[in-house]
Design a protein around this ligand. Sequence first.
Ligand SMILES: [Zn+2]
Length: 143
Amino acid sequence: MHKFTGGCDCGNLSYEMALTVDPASINPRACDCDFCVKHGAAYFSDAEGSLRINVKHKTGLSEYRQGSGMAKFLICKQCGVLLGGCYEVGNQRYAAINSRTVDRPARFGKDVVASPKVLPDDEKTQRWRKLWFSNVDVSFDKT
Ligand SMILES: [Zn+2]
């Protein structure tokens, strides 16, 4: 397992993750929708890995929905950093992380352009179920 940490700039949102592959072999997906382009985001995930997100102050977390509205984007209200995307169905939570928020020394492969906006909703959620972290825990220190 390859363990890394990351988070927003001010520290309100942070995470620890374990990847089953070296990040150098991962090509983050630079989503070409208007929202992600404006954030300069490129996402990665590891369906076999694990992700623990910690939120210090829940009031400082924005859960923004755009596009099809099926996933929510986790954004720090204080410093504006986009941590990643999250999709919930029943008790199951899936997530993908914005590769820009991973602490060094993690180094990823080259970004590849992805265009999930062209996919029908059911294909999009099928992709998320297959590719995104499925072992995802979110904890809150304070509300
Ligand atoms: Zn922040």
